[in-house]
Structures are given as C-alpha cells and as structure tokens.
Design a protein around this ligand. Structure first.
Ligand code: G6P
Length: 499
C-alpha cells in the first residue's frame, strides 16, 4: 500500500526548531518513518491555481512532503471562515462563538474540491489516502466523485460534540453525509464516536450496527483510535534538553522556587483564563506559596485574524498583568507569560524542570501536552499532572489529578495538593500513566488505523460502489474575509504553535 496522508497544516520543523501544532507535530515522526507522502498547505495562496499547484515536493524521511498553494479567492473563507469560525467552535461545543455564512461554506467546499483534484496526482491502484481533521470533512466525497475507489480513511483530532451542537451549523447534514464517503472514520474517544453514531441515527435516520453504517456511498466503519506520542523519543529529548541553554537558564532562574508549567495555543478551548484565575486564587488561599512557586505559561499566538482569538489574546495579557501586579514582588513574578513557541526539545526540558504540569482545557480532543509532560519526567522524581477531565487524555491518564476547569477554587486546591504530594505517590501515579502511554504510542495509533482502514476497505466499503452522484453544491459567492488581507504572505507565515 502506498500511503498518502493529507492535513491542512504539515510539520517541516525538526526537533530543534519550533513546532507547528499538535496534529502536525504528532504526525511528523510516524509519517517520516512510514515512507508516506504527506500532502498539505504550503502556507501560501495563489490567484491562478491549477490542480498542479504543488509549490514543492521535498523528501521527508523515507517518504515525501508535498506542499500545495491553495486558491487565494477561497482560502480566507475556508480557513478563518468555515473551518475555524464555524466548525472549530461547534466541535468544541462553543455554540456562542459559531459564525457561519453561505459564502464561507462555499469556500470550504471549493478548497476541499481543489484538494481532491490535486490528490489525483498521487492516485494509483496501490494508493490509500488518510485524511486528517475538520478542515477536510468533505474531501472524501469529492474524491469519490472524481472516481477514486481506493481506501479512504479520515481521523478527527478534535472532539465530536452532542448532536444538537453540531446541528447548530446550517450545513450539518451535507457535511456528515459527505463524511460517509470515507471507508473508516476515526475518533479520539468513545464519547466522540457515540455522539457521531447518535447524530447518524437521529438526524440522518441511519442504522449503526457494531460500528458499521450504510449510506448511499456504501458501508463505512466508525471507531476509536486515541492518538499517542513517541514516548521513548520524547523522554530522550527531555534528558538531552537538560544541557540546552534555554533550559539551563530556566533552571538557574528558579533559585529553589518550584515551577508549574502550561503550554497551549492561545485558544478559547484551552481554558487559559480559568487557569490564570486558579493561580490567582491559589496565592490568595495559600499566601505561603508566594515566592515558592510560579507558573510558566507558554501561550503561542494562534489564528490571530479571527476576532475571538485576538480578543482572548488581549484578555489574557490584561489578566496576567493584573495577577502579577496583585501578587508579585520586586524580585518575584507569579506568572511568567510568554507569547512564543519553542522546539520540542526545549519544551521537553521545560516539562522536566516543572514539578506540576497544568493541562486544563474546557474541551479538547486529546491534548498531547498532557502526554508529553508525563513522558518528559525524571522517573526518580516525577512531577504531578493536573489534568482537565474534559480532555480526551483524561480517559487514559486517570491517575493524574483530574479537575473541572470551571471550578476555579477546586483547581487552586488541586494545584496545592500537587505541590505537596509525597514522592512515593508521585511515582506511583506517574508509573501508571507511563504504562498507559507505552500501551498506546503514536506508532500503535498509526499502525492500528492503517490496519483498520485496509479491513474496512475490504468489506463493502464506499470504494466498491459505482461513482456517486455529485453531492449537492451550494450557491456561489466569494470569501467574506478580505481578499487583500488573505493574499498577504505574512498572514500565512507558518507560526509555531503548541497543542
Ligand atoms: C489543532 C487542530 C489541528 C491544527 C492545530 C493548529 O490541533 O486539530 O488541525 O493544525 O490545532 O492550528 P492551526 O490553525 O494553526 O493549524
């Protein structure tokens, strides 16, 4: 099988450069080893795109990285518009933030159709396509329409919400019907998969039996594949990183003070405001902790062209200033707040230097920072993970200290508990988490999905049916995001982001 992996964002960075997002960073080590072709956005747009607008095809480990310039006229409506202002908030159950327009949906469909045409270049009988994430829900249907009968798999890195939440998107039926063109649809957790099955039954009137669903495309499988990390690779990074100048500087700056760490993209799903409030509360209820612990919060700017994100960035800056102003001393800053990205190696070193990892999203598909924090710890003296019960990772990392990120007092008390936890208990909890991480590495995830895709395709998958009738297309229109801004190359410069 010749595997073609498709995602909007791809990782080009190596371990010593800032990384580019949870999905891209996670896929890099496995895609490199697998010999797959990884197709994604080049980060640039073009006015006159043809299906052969591959900016670059370069080697990547045993395989290749194929970077595609996307159509300028549709990019804004696709990325900032439908993907990140309609789908992302809906998938994270933030119906209050959903902003949707017919134009943006049209742009989303156009970019999916464009990607499908571009992928024809890699279509051969032995090819299997594995599409990643919410940017490409309708790509499979476009590929089937072009006559591609090969195995098509899809994996959603975000949560799949309750059916009434996704139904808040006017195009929900069209989207989900299109998803059934995939032979295999993978989710992070049982809850996500169940929500999807409930949607299929209730909204589309389809029967879901033992993870199989039949539609006009044929039969698709739905299943759970919790994504993991390269545990040993990350642990090795953490050991090596001890001598990195950034890590040494951090350790030297502590003067015996203990450190809590948070690493996130600036995204409303990450619960950053609540986390800072919990530290504010912690210093109120336990003033003795002042000077003896601080939070290093790395908050990487993300999707800054979207109002909800730029508002959050402003809110956080203000909040951190207030908390530091209230509790800080001339020689002590309670919250060390950095708006930039770091390499995987440096992050691994930072995680190992921190006695507490705080990963408290309001809702998260998996959250690989939680897993990386655990893998980076010193086995003799591991730190404590404080983890939101609403992160997918909480299903596996159930010996972390689980918190409700809406309960500020509860989080403050739990952080205090983490700071005073005896070493025997820390080791016990950490070993249990490491056993889970080792049982579900990124390598197992990758191999497990591919095997399931082959099996699903051999069953009566969509690929065995005659070409489908073109799915209903929406009326034309141009992006609601300013074309001029979207054509500015600086707007697309790859930015280092966290999870
Ligand atoms: C999440 C999404 C990824 C995305 C990443 C960074 O992890 O699931 O698909 O790549 O965020 O977001 P960005 O918009 O910068 O690619």
């Amino acid at each position: 099988m010749d595997l073609v992996v498709v995602s909007n964002r791809v990782a080009r960075a190596k371990a010593n450069e800032p990384m580019t997002g949870g999905l891209a960073a996670a896929l890099l080590p496995v895609v490199e080893k697998s010999g797959a072709i990884w197709v994604g956005s080049s980060g640039r747009v073009r006015d006159n795109v043809s299906k052969d607008s591959f900016a670059k095809i370069e080697s990547l480990g045993a395989g290749a990285l194929a970077l595609l310039d996307l159509p300028a006229a549709h990019y804004g409506g696709y990325y900032e518009g439908f993907a990140n202002s309609a789908l992302w908030p809906a998938l994270h159950s933030r119906t209050d933030l959903i902003s949707v327009s017919q134009d943006n949906y049209q742009c989303y469909r156009e970019v999916n159709a464009f990607m499908a045409r571009a992928l024809m270049r890699f279509n051969k009988p032995s090819a299997a396509f594995w599409i990643q994430d919410y940017h490409f829900l309708t790509l499979g249907a476009e590929m089937r329409e072009l006559g591609i009968r090969n195995p098509l798999g899809f994996f959603l890195h975000t949560p799949w919400p309750a059916r009434r939440v996704i139904a808040g998107i006017p195009h929900h039926r069209d989207l989900v019907e299109s998803m059934l063109a995939y032979d295999l649809i993978g989710f992070q957790t049982e809850d996500d998969c169940e929500n999807f099955a409930t949607y299929l039954r209730a909204e589309l009137g389809l029967e879901v039996n033992g993870g199989s669903v039949s539609s006009r495309f044929g039969t698709s499988r739905i299943a759970v594949f919790p994504i993991g990390i390269d545990v040993d690779g990350f642990a090795a990074h953490a050991q090596r990183a001890a001598s990195h100048p950034d890590v040494s500087r951090l350790r030297k700056s502590l003067h015996g003070e203990r450190l809590a760490i948070g690493v996130d993209r600036v995204d409303y799903s990450k619960g950053l405001v609540n986390r800072i409030s919990a530290f504010d509360r912690l210093f109120e209820i336990q003033p003795s902790l002042k000077r003896s612990v601080s939070l290093l919060q790395i908050a990487t700017p993300s999707r800054g062209g979207i109002e909800a994100y730029s508002n959050l960035q402003d809110e956080l800056s203000k909040q951190v200033t207030e908390v530091n102003g209230r509790h800080g001393e001339v020689d002590w800053t309670p919250i060390r707040y950095l708006n930039k990205g770091f390499s995987q190696t440096v992050l691994a070193g930072f995680y190992r230097a921190a006695q507490v990892g705080v990963v408290t999203p309001l809702h998260d598909g998996m959250n690989l920072v939680a897993k990386e924090y655990v893998a980076a710890q010193n086995p003799i003296d591991p730190g404590v993970l404080v983890l939101s019960k609403f992160a997918g990772a909480a299903n596996e990392l159930d010996t972390a200290l689980l918190v409700n990120p809406h309960d500020i007092d509860g989080m403050a008390r739990t952080i205090a508990t983490a700071l005073s936890m005896p070493s025997t208990e820390r080791r016990m909890r950490w070993e249990a988490m490491m056993a889970k991480l080792r049982a579900g590495t990124i390598h197992n995830w990758f191999a497990g999905f591919i095997e399931a895709l082959e099996t699903a395709h051999l069953a009566v998958g969509p690929s065995l049916l005659p070409p489908v009738v073109r799915p209903l297309r929406v009326a034309g229109g141009s992006s609601s995001v300013s074309d001029r801004r979207m054509r500015d190359p600086a707007h697309f410069a790859p930015r280092p982001v966290a999870n």
